[in-house]
Design a protein around this ligand. Sequence first.
Ligand code: NAD
Length: 438
Amino acid sequence: MRLTMIGTGYVGLVSGACFAEFGHQVVCVDKNPDIVARLDAGEIPIYEPGLDTLVARNVEAGRLSFTTDLAAGVADADAVFIAVGTPSRRGDGHADLSFVYAAAEEIALAAPDPCVIVNKSTVPVGTGAEVEQIVRKAVPGKAISVASNPEFLREGSAIEDFMHPDRVVCGVENPGSGGHAEAVLRSIYRPLSLRDIKIQFAERETAEVIKYAANAFLAVKISYINEMADLCEKVGANVQEVARGIGLDNRIGPKFLHPGPGYGGSCFPKDTLALLRTSEEAGATLKIVEATVAVNIARKQAMADRVVAACGGSVDGKRIAILGLAFKPNTDDMRDAPSLDILPALQKAGAHIIAHDPAAMSAAAPLLPEVEMADGAYAALDGADAAVLITEWNEYRALDLDRMKAAMAAPVFVDLRNVYPPADMRAAGFSYSSIGRG
Ligand code: NAD
């Protein structure tokens, strides 16, 4: 199949490279010339483990190429995937669909006849129908069908997720009736269906809702365990054991039950908000999602308060070392990272912040003014009055406790990811606080 990916960011680049690895011929289009120039020069503009070799291998094999020229990129495509951003619209939390709609019209004008436009961006229910109207208006005579194929990959393990997904969801008109879009999507995903991975076909609207329902459910799990952690702290229970105890129940499952500083990233915060706006418009209140969002917002401020408390009630004039800035390990993505709320709150309380992150410091620097960036974890800890572990990168999991204590001005460690055993930290002489472990 000849496939074109519009938008070569976290989703577009990973999906494009993985489709090429399946054996398809893929053109990745991005309107940002810097991204395309870097890819053409063999550089990967984002941090995603394994992506450099996957891209290089498929470029070398002649199956993957990059361009800023959308019209040329789609000219002979069997299917064109839209993988552009759908950020929160400033002020109201609706998904900003301007990039999707602009891309749709441009694609329609340049696409061959027939062709399938497949929406991979996360978009509110009804967007597929709207894209179809844009296409019909732009090119009334062309046989272009519009499908939905939401993406479930996680940054940090994106290639593994794309190559070995739990399922693939496709939304088409009249699923099961053998339409053109369904046939094309079945061919595209044949390498996965041959491995018995479920390709679920549903109506387009249903596929659109599946994506938001999945993300909101995972966000609910996180806010739920975070509230449970607060309860555990009050009653002397251990939330990690609670999570294990409930997670071993197959009906619940162990994933997304790790208490922490609240969810962040490029998806959950904006998708839960957009889902709430959709539900309000549809007149179907989602109280559980509303509570999840409120709990998460409050959580980030509560984390800053926790650091202040660990420092004896004030961080004014204190040097606070931050380990980890990205919203999770193995990514440089800073979108809605909890650090973006926690660090300014500490600065407002008078702290001087020195931070380290293995991959996200250059993305973080412009977003966190006055934060000093350190070359390594121990450099950040040097002379610090307290350390706060925000992102559980592997390199922070085995810090030398004696070296760390010797480097710091005061042995105060706030572990927002429960990486260290409390007994070890106490034995090493730290004043240690973590989440929901008494
Ligand atoms: P991103 O910001 O990393 O990438 C989007 C890219 O699209 C940018 O490089 C931008 O320059 C490009 N672009 C915008 N308009 C364009 C146009 N008209 N023509 C060509 N290029 C254009 O975004 P992302 O993180 O890859 O997310 C894309 C979509 O996938 C979003 O809807 C997001 O919610 C969804 N999603 C993201 C993830 C994730 O982990 N990042 C996971 C699942 C779904």
